[in-house]
Design a protein around this ligand. Structure first.
Ligand SMILES: [Fe+2]
Ligand SMILES: [Fe+2]
Length: 286
């Protein structure tokens, strides 16, 4: 993807980071028609699983911040914006769940999740170079932006639509920062497209990691204890959640974000779009 408008885009990133970030108090929870939303089991699992994974963000942020410790611009932004916003996503989703499904013991279920999640999260492998890790970060933010946009489009409940849209915008903003840092570091490291494509594919294939499966196991255990660990029920719920994302995602946007670090001339974009779509299908369409 060419980036002819790189300068103005950088300026818009600066503008965005200076405007005050939204607050959980901005969400009109009191307007939710709780009686109508409560029966939406799919929404319960989507919101609660996402709240778990987002709230667990600080388990791996320290690794990443340390990796860029010699680059104050990056490590400051990671510490003062990115990490804070990811944790706010978790808190806002948690508040939504608590408002609509107050009987769900979020903290107890989350502690149980964390016990398992923290075991494999600590050993998250970073890419071998700082520019390639930025490619991996772009993939992760593409995945989260895709998820929340799909959640916003799928939701008929206005407060959830508003919350998911705010989070999706944050994830796109995170992507823009990581992409800008990538471009700076790429020059220094002199990376070839082959290296970048390698990092893109690696991280995309890893995206269907244990994160959401782990969250779902623990959410189900406390939501519906008699089906805890039941593989049939787990499969049913995850199929339901995946369908929501699949039918509501904007594939064109996702592919564009995913391929952008390759900075391909237009003729190659069409050729590479095919394998990228295949990779995406593995991630989102199952
Ligand atoms: Fe997030
Ligand atoms: Fe993010």
């Amino acid at each position: 993807m060419t980036t002819p408008n790189a300068h103005s885009e950088d300026e818009s990133i600066v503008e965005q980071s200076q405007t005050p970030h939204w607050r959980i108090e901005d969400l009109a929870f009191s307007t939710i028609d709780v009686a109508a939303v409560r029966s939406d089991e799919n929404l319960f699992y989507l919101a609660t699983c996402a709240s778990f994974v987002e709230s667990g963000s600080d388990l791996y942020t320290q690794n990443l911040i340390a990796y860029y410790g010699d680059d104050p611009e990056i490590s400051d932004w990671l510490t003062h914006h990115w990490e804070v916003e990811e944790l706010q996503h978790g808190n806002a989703l948690r508040a939504y769940v608590a408002h609509v499904w107050p009987e769900f013991e979020w903290q107890i279920a989350y502690n149980d999740f964390l016990e398992e999640y923290s075991r494999y999260c600590k050993v998250e492998l970073l890419e071998p170079s700082k520019a390639l890790e930025m490619v991996a970060r772009c993939v992760v933010e593409t995945g989260t932006a895709t998820f929340y946009q799909a959640l916003a489009r799928s939701s008929t409940e206005p407060v959830m639509r508003n919350l998911a849209t705010r989070i999706a915008n944050d994830e796109v903003n995170h992507y823009k920062h990581f992409f800008r840092y990538f471009r700076r570091l790429r020059q220094k490291e002199g990376l070839s497209r082959r290296h970048i494509f390698g990092a893109l594919s690696r991280r995309t294939l890893e995206m269907k990691t244990e994160d959401s499966a782990c969250a779902l196991r623990h959410v189900l255990k406390f939501r519906d204890p008699k089906h805890a660990g039941d593989p049939v029920r787990l499969k049913e719920i995850s199929a339901m959640m995946n369908t929501t994302v699949r039918v509501n995602l904007r594939a064109d946007m996702t592919i564009k974000m995913m391929m952008r670090p390759l900075d391909l001339p237009p003729v190659l974009q069409t050729i590479v779009a095919y394998p990228v779509t295949q990779i995406m299908n593995k991630v989102f369409l199952r």
